[in-house]
Unconditional design. Sequence first.
Length: 295
Amino acid sequence: MAYNARSVFRRHVLGKMLKRARLDAGVGMGEVVAALGISQPVGYRQEDGIAPVHPNQIPVLAELYRVTDSEVVAKWLRWANLSAMAKGVWGPTGTKLGPTHADYADAESLSTELRLYEPVVIHGLLQTKRYSEEAIRAAASVHPGPTPSEREEESDRLKLREIRKEVLTRENPPPPRLWVILGEAAVLTPPSPTERSAHHEQIQHLLNLGETSASIQILPMDTGLHSGLSGSFSILTLDDSVDMVFREGYGDGTFSDDESRIRAYRARYERLQSQALSIADSRRYLHDLLKKLGS
């Protein structure tokens, strides 16, 4: 996923849905460009998520693809309007954070289902603000005494992370269904070696989220070697079952919508679920840890 070529993640989603509809209808790209009055390269760039699809083009495409379901057409129109937006929900901070932070935040906000795996740190959506502050500060610099620009970037990342968390409490559209696997190291590692209360607060927050927003499982360290050793990843399901995989990197990451890669990561996630504690046992584990932290 090249950032300069595909600056708005929403375009990729809409393009994929429109391409599927065109192929189902047996319509060639030549018919599309004739109906829309665009060039053939632009038509393919729209389906690849590089060029935007104007909302006025949606009714034309619906008629051409013989799509009469008003809900489908309305969904396409919604995606087209979203794609016209220059920034996602992070607005004030998006221009300073780099491609993958912005794209991932957008993907989260558009997802109907999220499957998350984090072996050594609490996932950003599940963090308390104090945990986020410590995590961002720890990852921001490899040398003491951050520069003013580094401090500004830390502030921007914290703002973005707090905005991202709003996806779990929104009403319209409903929050995404959320499955989370956390490595035991993630829940045992305190956000700060000097503030025990911050650790206690984070574990309580996980228990609260488990009651309202997420299905959380803990992967014990005594599981041994497992399929998640290569690091954290997310499987995101968007409208019309459009799946993406986000693979975490050092401060950034990569998206993929390759079907074979998605199948591989789904199989990996299912394997990790089978190795992790059940949801009920994970809650008992967190309750026991909370008691130890409170003693």
